[in-house]
Design a binder for this molecule. Structure first.
Ligand code: HEC
Ligand code: HEC
Ligand code: HEC
Ligand code: HEC
Ligand code: HEC
Ligand code: HEC
Ligand code: HEC
Length: 492
C-alpha cells in the first residue's frame, strides 16, 4: 500500500499536517518564540514539538520517552535542528527512523539555539511517567485509543476474520474464538476472554505475544496453543483486532429465555381461542375456550410476578469477576475454610473480602491452576506489583437503611453460612441465593429457636418468657420473641 493512501485511511495522520492552518501555526510558532534568558524546556516542547510528539506514547512522530538514551546529544542537536540534513547525509539511524515513519518530514527548527534544544531534551529526560500516576492511566487509555487508530481498518477486519474463524490461518490451527470468547458467558469459561487478551497485549511486546502463540514454552499454554504457526502479518492483524476489541469490551447476548417463549405461546393461545370464539367456531363447547383462556392467564400472571420478583430482589445475581476466582476450587475441592478468607464474619458486621496479600499466602507457591493455567493467577501478582486492589464486584447488597451483622448471626446465632448463602463451595461463580428481603429476614426470625436459657445475654431480660418456659407454657423461644421483629433492630 503506498504511503499516501495509508495516510488517508488512517485517522491518526490527519491531512492537517499539510493544511494551511498547520503551516500557519508552524509559521507563527517559529517567529513568535519569546526571547528568554533561561529557556523553558517544557514551554518550548509544547509550542514546537507537542503537535507531533508525546512522551510516553507515539503520535505523528516517535515516542520521545528515553530518546536521550537512544542517541548521543550531538546527534540529537543536529537532527532536531535539521532532520533532513542528517537524513540526506546518509546517517544510518536517521534514515531508518525516516523510513519507519512513512517518510514524514520533521520540520527544521532554525530558530532554536543549542541551549533551547538542550532545555527541551532535559525536559524530556525529567518527564517520568511514575511522577504522575494519574497521567499513566490517561496515557494507557490514550495508548489504547491511539494504537487502535494506528492500525488500518483493513488490518482490523482481517484480524476479525482470523480471530472469529471466518478464515483459517495459512498454516492451520483452530480459530481463537473457540476458546477466547467475545460475548459475556452465561457460565464460567476458564479461558481468557478477548477483552482479557486485549489488556494483556498492551503490556507485552509483539515478540513475547507471538512466542506464546507459536512456540509456547510449557504448561497449559503449550497444551492449548499446539498447532499454530502464524505469520507476522496474521499476527499483526489479530493484534489489531484485539486492541480494537478492548475499546468495545465483551458483548452481551441474551438468549431468548424459555420463559419468554412460554409467555408468547400462552398469549398466542388466548388470541387463537378469542378468534375461534368470535369468528371461526371450530370448537363446539365454549367451556373449552374459557378453560384455555383462564389457564393461559394464570400462567402468564405467574410468569410476570416471578420475573418482577427476581428483578426486585436480584436472586440469581451472578456478576462476572475481574479474576476467575472459584469457590468450588478453593472451598470445595481444596477444603479451605470460609473464614480463612472471610475472617471477620465472627467478629464484625461484614464478613470481609480477602486482599490480594491473602491470596499470595498460597499463590506464592501455586502458580498455575488446572482449569485456567497461569493467566488468572498472574493477575494477583499484577495487582500486588501495581499496588492496585482487585476490584471484586459486590454480589450481595442490602439497602443502606438496613442493619445486618454477620457476627450476630455467625457467632451468637450459630447460623452456618449456607443457610443464607447456599452451597457456595459448589459454585464456581458466587450467586445470590436468598432474596434478602424483609420477609426473608422475618421468616427466619419467627421460626428460629434461639439458645435462650443458657445465654447470659438473655438471663436478665424477658422475665415473662423465662417464667413461661419454667411453667411449661412454652417450650422454646424464637428470635422474634426477643426483639427480632422490632423495626428499630434492623432499621437505622
Ligand atoms: C511536524 C511534525 C513534527 C514536529 C513539529 C517535530 N517532530 Fe520530531 N519527528 C517527527 C517525525 C515524523 C520523526 C521521525 C523521523 C522522520 O520521519 O524524519 C521525528 C523524529 C524525532 C526524533 C528522533 C526520535 C527517535 O525515536 O529517535 C527526535 C529526537 C525528535 N523528533 C525531536 C523533536 C523535537 C525536540 C521537536 C520540537 C523542537 C520535534 N521533534 C518536532 C515529526 C515532528
Ligand atoms: C484451545 C483453546 C485455545 C485456542 C484455540 C486459543 N487459545 Fe490462546 N489461550 C488459551 C488459554 C487456556 C490460555 C491461558 C493459558 C495460560 O496462561 O496458562 C491462552 C492464552 C493466550 C494468550 C496469553 C499468552 C500468555 O503469555 O499468557 C494469548 C496472547 C493468546 N492466548 C492468543 C491466542 C490467539 C491469537 C489464538 C488464535 C490464533 C488463540 N489464543 C487460540 C486457550 C486457547
Ligand atoms: C480462598 C479465599 C476464599 C475462601 C476460602 C472463601 N471465599 Fe468467599 N469470596 C472470596 C473472594 C475473593 C470473594 C470475592 C469474589 C467473588 O465474589 O467471587 C468472595 C465472595 C464471597 C461471597 C459474595 C460476596 C459479595 O460480594 O456479596 C460470598 C457470599 C462468599 N464469598 C461466601 C463464602 C463461603 C460461604 C465460603 C465457604 C464455603 C467462602 N466464601 C470461602 C474468597 C474466599
Ligand atoms: C443470616 C444470614 C447470613 C449468614 C448466616 C451469613 N451471611 Fe454473609 N451476608 C448476608 C447478607 C444479608 C449479606 C449482605 C450484607 C450487606 O449488603 O450489607 C451478606 C454478605 C456477605 C459477604 C459480602 C459482604 C461482606 O459482608 O463482606 C460475604 C463475603 C459473606 N456474606 C460471607 C459469609 C460467610 C463466609 C458466612 C459464614 C461464615 C456468612 N456470610 C454467613 C447474610 C448472611
Ligand atoms: C489457602 C490457600 C489459597 C488461598 C488463600 C488462595 N488460593 Fe487460589 N488456589 C489454591 C489452590 C490449592 C488452587 C488449586 C491449584 C491446583 O489444583 O493445582 C488454587 C487455584 C486458583 C486459581 C486457578 C483455578 C483453576 O482451576 O485454574 C485461581 C485463579 C486462584 N486460585 C485465585 C485465587 C485468588 C484470587 C485468591 C485470593 C482471593 C486465592 N486464589 C487464594 C489455594 C489458595
Ligand atoms: C437463617 C435465619 C436468619 C435469617 C435469614 C436472618 N436472621 Fe437475623 N437473626 C437470626 C437469629 C437466630 C438471631 C439471634 C442471634 C442470637 O442468638 O443472638 C438473629 C438476630 C438478628 C438481630 C439481632 C436482634 C437482637 O435481638 O438484638 C438482627 C438485627 C438481625 N438478626 C437482623 C437480620 C436481618 C436484617 C436479616 C435479613 C437481611 C436477618 N437478620 C436474617 C436468624 C436469622
Ligand atoms: C429482621 C430485620 C427487619 C425488621 C425487624 C424490620 N425490617 Fe423492614 N426491612 C428489612 C430489610 C432487609 C429491608 C430491605 C429489603 C427490601 O428492600 O425489601 C427492609 C425494608 C423496609 C422498608 C422499605 C421497603 C422498600 O420497598 O424499600 C420499610 C418501609 C420497612 N422495612 C419498614 C419496617 C417496619 C415498619 C418494621 C417494623 C414493623 C420493619 N421494617 C422491621 C429488614 C427488617
Amino acid at each position: 500500500m503506498n504511503i499516501l493512501s495509508r495516510l488517508k485511511t488512517s485517522k491518526l495522520f490527519p491531512m492537517k499536517i499539510f493544511s494551511i492552518k498547520f503551516l500557519l501555526f508552524l509559521f507563527v510558532t517559529t517567529f513568535y518564540l519569546p526571547v528568554n534568558a533561561q529557556p523553558d524546556g517544557e514551554q518550548l516542547f509544547k509550542t514546537n514539538c507537542a503537535v507531533c510528539h508525546k512522551i510516553g506514547a507515539k503520535l505523528v512522530g516517535p515516542d520521545l520517552m528515553g530518546v536521550n538514551d537512544r542517541h548521543s546529544e550531538e546527534w540529537l542537536l543536529k537532527f532536531i535542528k535539521s532532520s533532513q540534513t542528517v537524513i540526506k547525509s546518509g546517517d544510518e539511524a536517521a534514515v531508518k527512523l525516516f523510513n519507519e515513519n512513512f517518510k514524514l518530514v520533521m520540520p527544521d527548527q532554525p530558530t532554536l539555539s543549542n541551549e533551547d534544544i538542550k532545555a527541551v531534551l532535559s525536559y524530556i529526560a525529567a518527564f517520568s511517567v511514575e511522577q504522575d500516576q494519574a497521567a499513566t492511566e490517561i496515557q494507557k487509555e490514550d495508548k489504547l485509543a491511539g494504537m487502535s487508530e494506528n492500525f488500518l481498518q483493513e488490518e482490523i477486519k482481517e484480524g476479525t476474520r482470523l480471530f472469529l474463524g471466518l478464515k483459517s490461518p495459512e498454516k492451520g490451527g483452530e480459530s481463537c474464538v473457540n476458546c477466547h470468547y467475545t460475548t459475556i458467558p452465561d457460565s464460567l469459561n476458564w479461558n481468557p476472554s478477548a477483552a482479557d487478551l486485549s489488556k494483556y497485549s498492551l503490556s507485552k511486546t509483539d515478540a513475547e505475544l507471538l512466542k506464546s502463540i507459536n512456540n509456547p514454552s510449557s504448561g497449559k499454554l503449550k497444551e492449548v496453543h499446539q498447532n499454530y504457526n502464524l505469520s507476522e502479518d496474521e499476527f499483526t492483524s489479530i493484534k489489531a483486532y484485539l486492541i480494537d476489541f478492548g475499546k468495545k469490551g465483551l458483548k452481551e447476548v441474551r438468549p431468548l429465555p424459555k420463559r419468554l417463549l412460554t409467555f408468547l405461546i400462552f398469549g398466542f393461545l388466548i388470541v387463537l381461542m378469542l378468534i375461534d370464539l368470535i369468528w371461526t367456531h371450530k370448537i363446539k363447547y365454549k367451556v373449552i375456550h374459557l378453560a384455555v383462556i383462564l389457564l393461559a392467564i394464570v400462567f402468564i400472571s405467574k410468569i410476570i410476578i416471578e420475573e418482577a420478583y427476581a428483578v426486585a430482589y436480584a436472586t440469581g445475581y451472578e456478576p462476572d469477576q475481574p479474576i476467575k476466582f472459584s469457590h468450588k476450587v478453593h472451598a470445595g475441592q481444596n477444603r479451605i475454610d470460609c473464614q480463612y478468607c472471610h475472617s471477620s464474619a465472627e467478629t464484625s458486621k461484614t464478613a470481609g473480602i480477602p486482599s490480594a496479600n491473602v491470596c499470595l499466602n498460597c499463590h506464592k507457591a501455586v502458580k498455575t491452576g488446572p482449569n485456567s493455567g497461569s493467566f488468572e493467577i498472574a493477575k494477583i501478582y499484577d495487582a500486588i506489583e501495581n499496588k492496585k486492589p482487585i476490584e471484586w464486584v459486590k454480589v450481595h447488597n442490602l439497602p443502606d437503611h438496613v442493619f445486618f451483622s454477620h457476627a450476630q448471626h455467625v457467632n451468637a446465632g450459630k447460623i452456618s453460612c449456607d443457610q443464607c448463602h447456599g452451597q457456595v463451595e459448589e459454585m464456581h461463580v458466587v450467586k445470590q441465593v436468598s432474596e434478602l428481603s424483609m420477609g426473608w429476614c422475618l421468616e427466619c426470625h419467627k421460626n428460629t429457636k434461639i439458645n435462650f436459657t443458657n445465654n447470659a445475654y438473655y438471663s436478665q431480660m424477658f422475665e415473662q418468657l423465662h417464667k413461661d418456659l419454667k411453667s411449661g407454657k412454652i417450650d422454646s423461644v424464637t428470635e422474634s420473641q426477643v426483639g427480632g421483629i422490632d423495626c428499630q433492630k434492623c432499621h437505622y
